[in-house]
Structures are given as C-alpha cells and as structure tokens.
Design a binder for this molecule. Structure first.
Ligand code: SF4
Length: 299
C-alpha cells in the first residue's frame, strides 16, 4: 500500500485523492519552481515504476472515501509511467468521481501517451515557456525535449480529446514573465477549457521569486479569460467566517453541508475551510467514510 495519498484540499480539484505511479522524484523536467526539490532521476524513458495490480487494489480499497477527483500526480511526471493508461481506465470503472491527470505536457507529442491520457475526465497540463531559452531556464528539460514539440503535442491533444483541459502557466519573476505575451498566445492556440495562472507559493527547488499579487493581476490583461490560482488571494469574508464557526461549533459538517448552509459553491467551501484550518480555527476528521470539519474549541 502507499500509492494513494490524501485526500488533500486542492484549489483546482477540490478534495483530491492522489495516485502516485512513480518513484521519488522521477521526471523529464527539473523545474526551478518544483516544490518536490531537484529531480533525482531526470529521464524521458517511459517505464514501469510501481506494481500495477497493487495500485488498482488500493484504488478499490479506498474508492468509497470522499473525494472530488482521483488525481494522477505525485512524485514526478505521471506520463512517464507505462501503466498510466491502463490504471486510469481501470480507475474510471472503479470510482464515481472524475479522474484527473496532471502532466507537464512534454510527452503529449507522443500519440500513444495522448491516447492513454485521454482516458481521464480532466487533464491539467502545464505550459511555462515558448522560447527554447525560457524552456531551458525554467523547466530544465531532459535532453531532446523541445518547447515547440510540447506546444504541438498540446494542440494535437485538444483535437483528439473531448474532456476538460485546464492549462496551468507558472510564472516566475525574471525567468519567463518577460515572454508572458508569447506564452499567452501559445496557450490560446492550444484551446484549453481553462487557463490557470500560478506563481511560486511553495518552497521551490531553487531560490526563485514569485510575481507579486499586483503583477499577477496585471497578467490577467495579457491572458484574458484566465484565472489566478495561487492562494495568496485567499481570504475568508468576516461574515462567512463567523457563520462557519457558528455552524461547526454546533456540530461537525461535511463540505456539502457547509456549502449548502452558507449558500456558497463547493470550491469556495473548500477554500474557506482550508484557510481556517491553516489558521487553526477548524480541523477535519474522517468518520464513517465521510470527511467532517469541526471547530477547534479553545475555551
Ligand atoms: S514537471 Fe512537475 S514534478 Fe517535474 S520538475 Fe516540474 S514541477 Fe516538478
């Protein structure tokens, strides 16, 4: 056991149960902003890293737990796993929630990888660079990978895949922000359903700097229709905070109950619970297969 992790609260995917098909940390990129640290195994060779049947068995055992997405992500680049397609297809039969794949997009230039990833309901690819210079600077790819191939792969994938594509662009000060306009044009050309802008918010592999909140908001002019995903803009309105504390003081509540009681959508319920959890005001626990939030009473 140990191929699934979480569920974790993710702003992009709600309550996300992770599936990790890799050995730590196996990737074909070595991104300067990677929160997992430097890439230990830099490779573009697809391989089998974990026992497929054991992963499927673990999904079977945990499928009744509450989560909004079963998400293939974790210790590196999921498309490096030759088992990805089969496990995603099997997971779709086993779980009721949508299945998501987070990928750095580099292997979408391969028709067989595109076919495997297409089994998912939601695909979250990344695009951080258009010029090879910026690609080298921010993503530090394994030899042979080109930004141009990655962009073509994303375009081909869009033609073949009818599910949701949520494209993430990670912006790092002084590294790729200067070619934001080119990235925006390339991102649009790949026709994703959503473009989500991010910057460095967690401890990066290298001492790189995030864009400020103001700079990120200006990026929305360059990427019209995009969304911001870093959590520095997260705050809980006083009115919501008071009502949520009142509700959870009375009794623990699920995300569904919180969203219904406060008349807010599910993603806001997740966001507010996560902030209040970080602030030490509430906590969560699993009970009877359901996730409940409860107030921390310090009196
Ligand atoms: S692609 Fe993802 S896992 Fe790989 S180095 Fe970049 S951020 Fe880390």
């Amino acid at each position: 056991m140990g191929y699934l992790f979480g569920p974790v609260l993710s702003r992009r995917l709600g309550l996300s149960m992770g599936v990790d098909l890799l050995k730590y940390k196996t990737c074909n990129l070595d991104c300067v902003y990677c929160e997992l640290g430097r890439t230990a195994c830099l490779t573009s060779c697809r391989d089998r890293f974990v026992p497929r049947q054991k992963v499927i068995r673990e999904i079977e055992l945990r499928r009744a737990e509450p989560f909004d997405h079963l998400t293939f992500a974790g210790s590196g680049e999921p498309t490096l796993s030759l088992d990805l397609g089969e496990i995603v297809s099997r997971a779709k039969e086993l779980v009721n929630s949508p299945v998501a794949v987070i990928t750095n997009s580099t292997l979408l230039s391969s028709p067989s990888v595109r076919k495997e990833v297409s089994a998912a309901d939601v695909v979250l690819p990344s695009l951080d660079a258009v010029s090879e210079k910026a690609f080298q600077s921010i993503n530090r790819p394994a030899s042979g990978l080109l930004a141009a191939d990655m962009i073509e792969g994303l375009k081909e994938f869009r033609k073949e895949y009818s599910g949701e594509i949520w494209l993430e662009v990670m912006l790092v000060k002084g590294i790729n922000d200067e070619e934001a306009e080119e990235i925006a044009r390339a991102a649009e050309s790949t026709e994703p359903d959503r473009i989500q802008l991010n910057t460095v918010v967690r401890t990066p592999a290298e001492p790189v700097e995030p864009l400020s909140e103001e700079e990120m908001r200006r990026m929305l002019e360059i990427f019209p229709g995009a969304e911001l995903i870093p959590d520095w803009d997260w705050c809980v309105p006083d009115r919501i905070r008071d009502r949520l504390m009142e509700l959870l003081m009375a009794r623990p509540g699920t995300l569904e109950e919180i969203s219904c009681h406060l008349k807010i959508d599910g993603s806001d319920a997740i966001k507010y619970c996560k902030i209040m959890e970080n602030d030490g005001l509430i906590s969560r626990r699993l009970h009877g297969g359901k996730l409940y939030f409860h107030a921390i009473d310090e009196s």
